[in-house]
Design a protein around this ligand. Structure first.
Ligand code: ADP
Ligand code: MG
Length: 930
């Protein structure tokens, strides 16, 4: 490696100190020094060394250019970014040092390479800016051009806690939104991006997202606005809805600048930013998303076992992405949901149409990403072919509508209400002129790259045709040369050959050259320039036939002639000219195709929607779902509901369907009791999932369902320690419960699965009861609530709180066996099942017996202690006011606990706080137990 080359490397590397620099050298991307060590470790390639002049060696690791994506993917996965430094001229023709520069920085959020992207999910780059208790958030999908921005929290009359300028509160709105997007990369402002503490303010995101600290000045209001104005050539940002969302504008502007640096081609295809409000959608916090296993199962974290796994029968990548988006953003408006349901119903009933749609859809390429790649100048010849084939499929789909004269009429509004399926088909634009242009320009089966020509169809461009013709003639001339030279010279032994170093040559063996001339040649009376008659063949060829010696071999001599040299120059030059010309023609073609980008994107969007409807209709048919009746009312009534995922894990007919009836005016709160493993959690989730399915526009697993639309679903499930944040179980539980109590509205659906489990029995019971009372009585709440619990004491609430109902999961005792019927029926469960289950689990008989004894004793003891003086009832469940320990002091205590941030306390402060809390808790307990 020469010193100039090494200096070039160092010069470029200096500009990208934080990226792994892939330095293009021949067939490899080479990396050096620290980069090489990282590449070797992460990509499992050999670490060697290379001399850089004067006996100095540096570590080196290289990856083949052809397969670089695989290695880049691994590096991105490991949290690195990769700068691709390419040769900007052909090394074969370059004079001196080949010019090189970084053409692209690969970061997780800016990928467009199909090999690096997951076809079925969006790949978002987000930017975040925080100011006080507010946040600006923007995101782009570089491979599709989607660009959106919002500001959080949204101003709306909320509970007091929200209106207080609580800097922590912003995360409560931000985290769910980020979780919904699942960005591959999040830009955050940092005054010194290199400093180790740059990420300190974004602690809640660390570990969850790939954070890229980005110089804070990029987020400055002026810089950001300027970036937006320049990109879209506008004076004000009002059109984007960003004028009154300054933080959103700042985040959006920062994204533009980042793209400029890493992936400037992406800017060409970026849509204008769309400001949006998270209120259009049902809000789902991260905990609920996780608990309901929407796109990931809790066990294993894979799609398998999640709701998406059941729903996703989409055939196209954009369809898959759209379904995911719908699942993450259920709607709260009746009209669009009815339209979605109409489409699903239509396709469920019209079998023939559905299967034809399905067939065509499965042949479609990812039009959205394809056209974006073409517009960004990143497409190869085969991408255009695949676009053309895609558009032909679109034409076939559009023709389905033409087959239905009645439908065509309805689309045009001539008759009655029209199925959304027809409207979508009518929106498909096969862009025939684009197809035709591609067809005209490209050969049917072009090579993957432009490097060797052969891409443009003959007849498309006259200058190209002329070139091709001249090269064809020259080639033909060369092909006929051997025959002609043998005839001309009368020498049968002349052979025409080609090698890379010397090009074309005429080869004659030494014996043949030494031979005397034949009578036939002599008869032509050949003369050398000095007038002599040549004596040998060699003399004849060199002196009379214009043969020029080029290379001497052991057994032969190689010659060229002036004519051959001329044709060779023509062939070589023409090849280069052809490639250059084809490249230009191809780029022009791409530019013309890109002009149809908006139309193709709109078509792709309609196709994605059709794909989702076909998928939902198939799922509805296969698993016997029904159309839910959606209302703006307060009632949720489900007949014969099933859990969409659990039912698939059981054998056919194994799942026991259950009803559910909830309404704000009552029954508002269902308290569900039953032994472990009887199906409480399944029931709770199934109700939530059915509501959610209805609100994405899907049919639901039930015999019948009436769903009064809800604005949010909240869940607080189980008692697992949140190891990630290092908080104790009880703390997490109370924080999540507090979150629900603060954010739920009367239109919400709330699910509590065994809260209070993470603490001592009485504390847990007390908190659980207080929570139910609060939900029941607080004027801002009154939301529909499902409450599964192992505290049988809570079933007493049915008597005191008018809108509370007890339900239990039915169990059958056969002798000393317990059979789970999984059937949810009115009434409270018998408390002694724990002991039965112990028997079921195979504990020794004596242990089970002793447990039963103890239970009786405990119950007697507890009854006695809990009974108030003068109250002489023998009943096990004492009613109403018999639970005095829920003193007024409890809720403030919970609030206080939930508001604490252990990370912000020194150990000493924590200890003092703990003492104080314990003191207050004891006071509350003392008040509660006279
Ligand atoms: P719990 O929360 O009461 O402990 P789960 O809801 O976790 O119980 O259910 C335990 C198991 O019982 C589930 O994994 C499932 O296999 C089965 N199950 C639950 N509900 C039903 C049902 N309705 N029909 C059939 N099996 C069910
Ligand atoms: Mg459970």
């Amino acid at each position: 490696m020469s010193t100039p080359l090494w200096n070039q490397y160092l010069r470029i590397k200096r500009r990208y100190p934080h990226a792994i620099l892939f330095f293009h050298l021949g067939d490899f991307y080479e990396t050096f020094n620290e980069d090489a060590k990282i590449v070797s470790a992460v990509c499992d390639v050999v670490l060697t060394s290379r001399e850089i002049g004067k006996g100095q060696r540096v570590p080196l690791a290289g990856v083949p250019v052809r397969a670089y994506e695989t290695y880049a993917a691994k590096l991105l996965q490991a949290g690195y970014t990769v700068a691709l430094c390419q040769q900007l001229e052909d090394p074969a023709t370059a004079k001196g040092l080949v010019e090189r520069d970084v053409v692209r920085v690969l970061t997780p959020g800016t990928l467009v390479e199909p090999g690096l992207l997951d076809a079925k999910s969006a790949n978002y780059l987000a930017a975040l800016v925080l100011e006080g208790a507010r946040a600006g958030l923007a995101y782009v999908e570089v491979s599709t051009g989607e660009f959106a921005a919002t500001e959080l929290p949204e101003d709306a009359p909320g509970p007091a806690l929200r209106r207080r300028a609580d800097p922590e509160a912003v995360w409560r709105d931000l985290l769910p939104e980020l979780q919904r997007l699942g960005p591959a990369e999040v830009l955050v402002p940092a005054t010194d991006p290199r400093a180790p503490e740059a990420l300190q303010p974004y602690q809640p995101l660390v570990g969850q997202f790939h954070l890229t600290p980005y110089d804070a000045w990029h987020f400055h209001p002026d810089t950001a606005r300027e970036a937006l104005r320049q990109q879209y050539r506008v004076q004000t940002l009002a059109a984007f809805g960003l004028d009154d969302r300054p933080l959103a504008a700042r985040a959006a502007g920062a994204i533009l600048q980042y793209l400029q640096e890493t992936q400037s081609a992406a800017l060409k295809t970026l849509a204008p930013p769309r400001s949006y409000s998270t209120r259009q959608y049902m809000l789902l916090d991260p905990t609920t998303r996780r608990n309901l296993e929407l796109a990931q199962s809790t066990r294993g974290g894979t799609v398998k076992g999640s709701l998406l796994w059941v729903l996703d029968r989409t055939r196209t990548a954009p369809g898959g992405r759209l379904l995911r988006r719908w699942l993450n953003q259920p709607l709260c408006d009746l009209a669009p949901l009815q339209a979605r349901l109409d489409a699903v119903e239509h396709l469920l009933n019209d079998h023939a149409l559905r299967s034809r749609l399905g067939q065509h859809l499965s042949r479609l390429p990812d039009l959205e990403r394809l056209i974006t790649r073409i517009a960004q100048g990143l497409a190869g010849p085969r991408d255009l072919i695949s676009l053309r084939e895609g558009l032909q499929t679109v034409a076939a789909l559009r023709a389905l509508l033409a087959d239905q004269p009645a439908a065509e009429e309805r689309v045009s509004g001539a008759a009655g209400r029209c199925s959304p399926v027809w409207t979508l088909l009518a929106r498909l634009d096969p862009c025939p002129e684009v197809s035709a242009e591609i067809e005209r320009a490209l050969v049917a089966d072009p090579p993957a790259t432009l490097a060797n020509g052969g891409v443009i169809r003959p007849g498309y461009a006259t200058d190209l045709d002329a070139l091709v013709e001249s090269i064809r003639e020259a080639r033909e001339w060369v092909a006929g040369l051997e025959r002609r030279e043998r005839e001309r010279t009368g020498l049968k032994g002349i052979r025409v050959g080609y090698n890379k170093v010397f090009g074309y040559y005429l080869e004659v063996s030494h014996p043949a050259l030494r031979a005397r001339l034949t009578p036939e040649i002599l008869a032509q009376n050949p003369r050398l320039p000095d007038g002599r008659v040549p004596e040998t063949v060699a003399e004849y060829l060199e002196g009379c036939c214009g043969y020029l010696r080029k290379q001497t071999l052991v057994g032969a001599e190689r010659y060229v002639t002036p004519d051959l040299k001329e044709k060779e120059a023509l062939i070589n030059g023409a090849q280069e000219k052809i490639v250059a010309l084809e490249t230009r023609l191809f780029q022009d073609l791409c530019a013309r195709v890109a002009a149809a980008r908006e139309r193709i994107l709109a078509t792709a969007a309609a196709l994605a929607e059709l794909d989702v409807y076909v998928s939902l209709a198939e799922v509805a048919e296969r698993h016997r779902y029904v159309r839910p009746v959606l209302t703006a009312g307060e009632r949720i009534r489900i007949v014969g509901g099933r859990h969409p995922v659990v039912e698939l894990t059981l054998s056919e007919g194994g799942f026991v369907p259950n009803d559910c009836d909830l309404a704000n005016s009552g029954p508002q709160i269902i308290i569900l009791t039953g032994p472990n493993m009887s199906g409480k959690s399944t029931y709770l989730r199934q109700v939530a999932l059915i509501v959610l399915l209805a609100q994405i526009g899907s049919f639901v697993p039930a015999e019948a369902a009436e769903i009064g639309l809800v604005d949010r679903i909240f869940t607080r499930v189980g008692a697992q320690d949140d190891i990630a944040t290092g908080q104790s179980t009880f703390m997490v539980e109370m924080a999540e419960t507090a979150y629900i109590l603060h954010h739920a509205t009367p239109r919400s659906l709330v699910i509590f699965d065994e809260i209070g489990r993470g603490t001592a029995t009485y504390d847990g019971l007390a908190v659980a009861r207080a929570v139910i009372e609060y939900v029941h009585d607080h004027p801002r709440l009154g939301c529909k609530t499902l409450f599964a619990t192992h505290y049988h004491e809570l079933t007493e609430l049915e008597r005191v709180l008018p809108r509370v109902r007890n339900y239990r999961v039915e169990v059958l005792e056969e002798g000393d066996q317990v059979v789970f019927l999984h059937r949810v029926v009115p009434g409270a469960a018998d408390r002694s099942y724990g002991v039965h289950v112990a028997r079921l689990a195979g504990l020794p008989g004596s242990v089970v017996q002793r447990a039963a004894e103890l239970l009786r004793e405990l119950e007697r003891g507890k009854g006695g202690r809990r009974r108030r003086a003068g109250e002489e009832t023998g009943e096990r469940h004492t009613g109403g006011p018999a639970l005095p320990f829920l003193a007024d002091g409890l809720l403030p205590l919970i609030e206080e606990l939930a508001g604490l941030d252990p990370n912000q306390l020194t150990p000493l402060q924590a200890l003092i706080k703990l003492h104080e809390l314990v003191e207050r808790a004891r006071q509350v307990r003392a008040d509660a137990r006279p």
